[in-house]
Design a protein around this ligand. Structure first.
Ligand code: TYD
Ligand code: MG
Length: 455
């Protein structure tokens, strides 16, 4: 059989029959590498599932498609089920990504405990020995008669064993450790990852197996990551957080069977991951009062409001140096923009200062509603003056220093009130009725007004 040659970009997974110095898809240089594939693997396509694991390969009328029984496996972990959109749909293909050591294996093993009650589960690990898995399961108090484990990295063996066992749910931990013997590329590379995922996907769709695959992500992006798999799976969940801190946040980056806004918050303990029922309270634990450079923000995570503490430190730049800026938990460019707005619109001379912004608890605040609290935290640190006690804020900041309305304002205020805040600095916008009576809502038009109101 004649082998076919393909060139693949190790950054974005772009494939082409020709070699390029610069990837035409992502523009990276020297990332295209050659590999050989058997003819049938080169022409295989991805077949979409109907959400119940069957392959739809004949045209049917949209009206005739039966969706009455969209069955889901429940994990018994409320936070995980919500992120999945109410459990894992039968026959779906779920990718769980995150940095090494963040808790992906722990989460999946814990999930087995409940799922085993309704289904036969096979947990394939390419990273740990059976003994290690057993020890971890004991620590997490996972016991079940319907959970099978396999320590294997060879894809052919995995598919063969899965075929014999016929599980309802297959977990592969991790996609970077498995490999296909017929490919010359090294395990963990783009080619192997793509082809192994493809084999699993085809197996899943043909046999109605629900598959979870783990994919490691690293910050530097030197590992061929799960990004290249995003387009072929049904759900992409990312597990985020500071490895040194206790909190972990599970976020859906893609979900064919639910919303992508929901997050799940967990705490890593010595007995595994615990669900955090009241994330706002957890994020605010230990928040200092009477210290300058911090402000409480309220962001919406899906349908839930979440309070978080934004901290800033502004210090004079050492003589002759250029000002340093670092951002953790917020977008760096957004922070630099807010510094410029503060300087230009509120007259705070920040270009001679270093500025550091951090969100306590390892949360990431990507919503524009976090602009105003970030700006107030910076201003508070610059003036070395704390915000009054019991104050929180939210609001988007525009380039002219105007404050712009955000969604679900009333819900955010309710949440802040519930946690004991009595003053809210926010943009001018309609709030409707039903706000707590003793909540002091201060609506302001510009960043100057906001600073004047609290500093
Ligand atoms: P793990 O699930 O192995 O991470 P991943 O699969 O994403 O690489 O989690 C590993 C970390 O979690 C490890 O540093 C130890 C910690 N951990 C606990 O704190 N408590 C526990 O009960 C378990 C199982 C792990
Ligand atoms: Mg692991």
């Amino acid at each position: 059989m004649k082998q076919k040659t393909l060139f693949l970009c190790s950054d974005c997974g772009y494939e082409s029959p020709k070699w390029f110095g610069k990837c035409p898809s992502c523009g990276a240089w020297n990332t295209m590498s050659e590999f050989k594939v058997q003819p049938e693997t080169a022409t295989r396509g991805v077949l979409p599932s109907d959400g119940r694991g069957r392959i739809q390969n004949k045209p049917v009328l949209l009206d005739d498609i039966d969706t009455t029984s969209e069955d889901r496996f429940h994990s018994g972990i409320g936070e995980l089920d919500r992120v999945l959109g109410g459990g894992a749909v039968h026959g779906s293909f779920v990718l769980v990504g995150g940095e090494p050591g963040i808790g992906k294996s722990t989460l999946l093993l814990q999930m087995c405990q409940e799922m085993c009650k309704a289904a036969k589960v096979l947990y394939v690990s390419g990273e740990e020995s059976l003994r290690q898995i057993k020890l971890r399961a004991r620590r997490l108090d996972v016991r079940s008669s319907n959970l099978f484990v396999l320590a294997e990295t060879d894809m052919d063996e995995i598919v063969q064993e899965t075929d014999l066992l016929k599980p309802d749910i297959l977990i592969v931990d991790s996609i970077q450790t498995v490999y296909r013997r017929d490919l010359t590329a090294a395990p963990g590379g783009t080619t192997q990852i793509k082809e192994c995922a493809m084999s699993l996907m085809q197996y899943a769709k043909r046999n109605s197996v629900t598959i979870f695959i783990v994919g490691h992500v690293n910050k530097e992006g030197t590992l061929a990551g799960p990004k290249i798999l995003e387009h072929m799976v049904d759900c992409v969940l990312y597990f985020e957080g500071e490895r040194t801190g206790p909190f972990r946040c599970l976020r859906a980056a893609k979900n064919r069977f639910g919303s992508t806004n929901e997050i799940g918050v967990f705490e890593m303990s010595d007995r595994g991951l615990l669900e955090v029922q009241n994330p706002s309270a957890a994020m605010l634990a230990g928040h200092p009062t009477g210290a300058s450079g911090n402000c409480i923000a309220c962001v919406m995570e899906g349908t839930r409001p979440l309070l978080a503490e934004v901290q800033a430190l502004v210090a004079k730049t050492q003589f002759g140096g250029s000002p340093r800026r670092t951002a953790a938990g917020v977008d760096y460019n957004r922070m630099v923009l807010l510094l410029a707005i503060l300087e230009k619109r509120a007259g705070l001379f920040l270009s001679g200062s270093d500025a550091y912004v951090n969100v306590v608890g390892g949360m990431r605040l990507d919503e524009p509603a976090a602009d105003l609290p970030m700006l107030l935290a910076i201003a508070s640190s610059f003036r070395d003056k704390p915000l009054p006690e019991g104050v929180m804020s939210f609001g988007e900041v525009g380039l002219t220093g105007e404050l712009r309305a955000v969604s679900s304002a009333a819900q955010r205020i309710q949440e802040a009130y519930r946690l004991g805040f009595h003053t809210c600095i926010m943009p001018m916008q309609d709030l409707g009725d039903g706000l707590p009576k003793d909540m002091n809502v201060v609506q302001v038009r510009t960043v100057q007004d906001a600073i004047r109101a609290v500093l």
